[in-house]
Design a protein around this ligand. Structure first.
Ligand code: SAM
Length: 228
């Protein structure tokens, strides 16, 4: 089937490009053993987030939607020794599993898991003294726009906001599809169309997690023109 083909392709590429990593494999196993839903990013997507964080020299990362900490660990591995990652999760069970995997990965000193509705937790965060460099939005999709507004408030100029599940097997673009997960992306796309501070693009991804996509937004670096 198509999914088997995408999965084989992902695994083939990963066999050249991704090294085995005991902490990440243990986190994926713990998610599974604890019965968490199979909705973590794929290894290739995790590595993409890791490389992105490295390429912008991220020191502060924010994640909305922790699940079992799999993507948190991928991103935190890109942080310098004094870097930090804050991740927001509504489910006590998911947060607990995440804390265990994060501790086992030796990253408890870098990653804080904040339990509660993400929108409330976001309101307690401030861009001062240091704004965030990278925000990964991956929670309840109907709240994408609300999270994006908060992410923009918290991220530095030139910082990056990634929104997962932007394609959803093409459902987001399907006029006959009106479920709230798809609508949550549509609302955000409409907001981005009118947003002059942000440049964005969607990159579709097909792999072991099916056909989906990352929406990548870059907050514009405003150039101040000084006239004499
Ligand atoms: N980023 C994770 C990864 O790749 O390993 C996957 C996150 S999973 C797709 C979405 C998570 O968002 C779930 O754990 C869910 O409990 C959480 N979530 C859903 N609604 C939320 C809300 N209102 N506030 C915070 N977290 C929420």
């Amino acid at each position: 089937t198509t999914l088997d083909n995408w999965e084989r392709s992902d695994k083939y590429h990963n066999s050249f490009l991704l090294l085995p990593d005991a902490a990440l494999e243990a986190a994926a196993k713990r998610n599974d053993e604890q019965g968490l839903p199979d909705v973590a990013v794929s290894p290739a997507q995790g590595k993409f987030l890791n490389l992105l964080a490295q390429s912008i020299g991220a020191k502060k990362i924010l994640e909305v939607g922790t699940l079992g900490g799999y993507s948190s660990i991928w991103m935190a591995k890109a942080l310098p020794h004094d870097g930090t990652l804050v991740t927001l999760e509504i489910s006590e069970k998911h947060a607990q599993v995440a804390k265990e995997s994060i501790a086992a990965a030796g990253l408890a000193n870098k990653i804080s898991v904040i339990l509660g509705p993400a929108i409330d937790s976001l309101h307690t965060l401030y861009p001062n003294p240091e704004p965030f460099d990278l925000v990964f939005i991956d929670a309840d999709k109907q709240s994408n726009t609300a999270y994006f507004v908060e992410a923009k408030r918290l991220v530095r100029k030139g910082g990056i906001i990634i929104v997962d599940n932007a394609v959803q097997y093409g459902r987001v673009a399907d006029p006959n599809c009106s479920d709230e997960r798809a609508e949550g992306v549509g609302d955000l796309l409409r907001a981005l169309k009118d947003d002059e501070d942000v440049e964005a693009t969607t990159i579709g991804t097909a792999g072991e997690k099916g056909y989906d996509g990352f929406l990548q937004c870059e907050t514009e670096v405003k150039v101040l023109v000084i006239r004499y």
